[in-house]
Design a binder for this molecule. Structure first.
Ligand code: IMP
Length: 192
């Protein structure tokens, strides 16, 4: 079975991606690959940060690897918070971050937003990127208890509930991460 490192230590993400990739690949975390320490994130786009993450780790551990970088992009805010999604309000606190975005958006009629994920795959012969997007709109207030991050203010299109009100199953079947990793899975299956 081919070993691939997913550049994360987030157990939840690992499980989710394991299910998408199937049992043809053995997915290991950063920790299991023996990587410790901080990964730099120095750029202003998801594409560059995702690539930087994958290259940085690949240069240290040398086994096939993929990273993901994701963010919320709000149309009326010119794509913000974008790469700054994780600590938009200055902290990682989810409620502060959601409050900051809702305040900036105010009563704007245009509430279109999307989550976007960029996955970068690297091995000694290849480097590829895959994008996944889920479109939707922002609510006026926080709704629901499930999920994480900005889930309670994001309603995916064709649904009248936020990601935090929908089941994990439904969310994970349409999410940006699912869509980007599915493309990666198809790519890996075509070359290995
Ligand atoms: P990262 O790429 O995992 O660092 O994600 C960046 C930030 O985007 C996270 O800290 C979350 O705030 C937000 N985010 C990414 N994916 C999701 C999601 O599926 N739901 C809600 N927020 C998300």
């Amino acid at each position: 079975m081919m070993r691939i490192c997913f550049a994360t230590n987030n157990q939840h993400k690992l499980e989710e991606v394991r299910q998408i990739l199937g049992d043809r690949f053995e997915l290991i975390s950063l920790k299991e690959a023996g990587f410790e320490g901080e990964i730099p994130e120095t750029h202003e786009t998801l594409e560059e940060n995702s690539r930087e993450k994958a290259e940085y780790v690949f240069n240290q551990i040398g086994i096939p690897i993929f990273s993901d970088d994701s963010g919320l992009e709000v149309e009326a805010l010119d794509g913000k918070p974008g790469v700054h999604t994780a600590h938009y309000s200055g902290s990682r606190d989810a409620v502060s971050n959601m409050t900051q975005v809702l305040q900036e958006l105010g009563d704007s009629k245009n509430r279109k937003a999307q989550f976007r994920a960029v996955v970068t795959y690297i091995d000694k012969d290849r480097s590829e990127q895959f994008e996944g997007i889920v479109s939707g709109r922002l609510t006026h207030k926080i709704q629901g208890e499930g999920g994480f991050g900005y889930d309670p203010i994001f309603m995916p299109e064709n649904h009248e509930k936020t990601f935090a009100e929908l089941s994990d199953e439904v969310k994970n079947s349409i999410s940006h991460r699912k869509r980007s990793v599915e493309k990666l899975a198809n790519y890996l299956k075509s070359i290995f």
